[in-house]
Design a protein. Sequence first.
Length: 121
Amino acid sequence: MKYMLLVHHDEDVLTAVGEIELQRMRAESVRFANEINLNGQYVDAAPLQPAATGICVRVRDGQPVITDGPFAETREQLGGYFLVDAKDIDEALAIAARIPGARIGTVEVRPVVQLDGLPER
């Protein structure tokens, strides 16, 4: 079963750790992704640009409404994700606990709904 591991963190913490530490954590994430790829658990992963670069789209009364910037009223923002294939929730949680971003934020683990008819990668 596939699980989305959403990495949330306070963007101010990233600034506080500095560019060298950020690059070290990203390199560690790449190594981690390659490690879980060896046992067939890796599907995809990527960091995201800062929340302020986000644009939200809502459709109201049949018309798109576009809003700039972060939409959540919270200190932690979505910073990246790992999409993994795990045998069960316990295995997905164990993978999430090894993500470097979990040390400075939160990793939300959610099962992915498989929809028939979606294009395959």
